[in-house]
Design a protein around this ligand. Structure first.
Ligand code: PSU
Ligand code: MN
Length: 315
């Protein structure tokens, strides 16, 4: 019986390769907090060269906050913490890099692909690598159309115990529906410096939160309690986009409506929909949404670093 399990264990280990740590991240984790970052925002979500700027600003913000940034990606089939050098360049050039969500992870590994991980896939890698704090721009959620297009981010948030720092869910989505789904899934949401669920490009949505703080230690303590209770899901920390970069709700609404009409006319669906809508909103706002996206990514990485440091101090 024991042998059976032992053999089974070996087989499972061989077939599901553990997440690899780049040498610099492996060294950093010994004495510093780590903030995990996703790579789909770099390879699909943002245009070039803004994706390079986003990478630089997020990494600098995490370091200034006392943590080491670790970009998650599947690099030529290897799930990795730490995307650097020539590998990073390939992702920034989006040279044959696939968008990898939770469902594609195993396939990307088996086929030796370069895969840029979405929030859903990044959460899965965080769990395998033992990473507790992750920063992104805005999570995916329930799309306004077509019906039944609901990001895998929501389900993974419901079953992956990782602190996820974001500016709410992306403005292109049905935000009230997304907010309700997070509630149904039991995802703890903590407003940081707000008691409202932010709308990614906008600071307000009118969706009221039940928990808010402006102390990273509160987040760390809530996460520790959540874990101790055996809760399976994420702790979603939401902070509004920086005031000087945030957009007006009416401007965003008009831009999103124009973007949805464009997507409908072009027949865009599936994984291509989110990047398409983000691009269309950027055109409709004359680039203002791009500036907001960069600013909020940076702010989220900075906050994630403070939380990661607080969590480490909690022991
Ligand atoms: N945050 C951003 N820009 C992005 C994304 C997040 O500021 O492009 C990405 C994330 O990787 C997220 C994905 O998981 O968009 C959602 O895609 P979909 O709706 O296809 O699940
Ligand atoms: Mn989708």
């Amino acid at each position: 019986m024991f042998l059976c399990f032992a053999l089974y264990g070996i087989v499972v280990d061989e077939r599901s390769p553990p997440v690899r740590w780049s040498p610099s991240l492996a060294a950093a984790r010994r004495d510093r907090a780590i903030v995990a970052l996703e790579s789909s925002v770099l390879a699909q979500g943002l245009p070039q060269p803004a994706n390079r700027e986003a990478h630089q600003r997020m990494c600098a913000a995490a370091r200034a906050g006392g943590a080491e940034p670790g970009v998650l990606a599947v690099i030529r089939g290897t799930p990795t913490v730490g995307l650097h050098g020539e590998d990073l360049e390939r992702f920034l050039r989006r040279d044959g890099v696939a968008k990898v969500s939770a469902r594609e992870l195993g396939w990307a590994v088996a086929r030796g692909l370069d895969g840029a991980t979405t929030v859903a896939a990044s959460l899965a890698l965080c769990a395998s690598a033992g990473l507790n704090v992750f920063a992104t721009g805005g999570i995916g959620g329930v799309h306004r159309e077509p019906a039944f297009d609901e990001s895998a981010d929501l389900l993974e948030l419901s079953r992956t115990s990782v602190i996820t720092v974001c500016a709410g869910a992306k403005s292109i989505l049905d935000l009230p529906a997304t907010f309700e789904r997070l509630d149904s899934h039991g995802v703890m949401i903590i407003g940081f410096g707000t008691d409202e669920f932010p709308g990614f490009f906008t600071r307000e949505t009118g969706l009221r939160l039940t928990a808010s703080t402006d102390d990273p230690r509160d987040v760390a303590r809530a996460f520790a309690a959540h874990r101790a209770l055996g809760r399976p899901g994420a702790v979603l920390v939401v902070q509004p986009p920086p005031a000087d970069a945030a957009l007006d709700r009416r401007v965003v609404d008009a831009a999103v409506n124009a973007a949805l009409a464009e997507a409908r006319a072009a027949g865009v669906s599936g994984a291509a929909l989110t990047p398409f809508l983000l691009g269309a909103v950027e055109r409709a706002t004359g680039g203002a949404s791009l500036a907001a996206n960069l600013a909020l990514l940076e702010a989220n990485a900075a906050l994630a670093a403070r939380i990661a440091v607080a969590l480490r101090e909690l022991g």
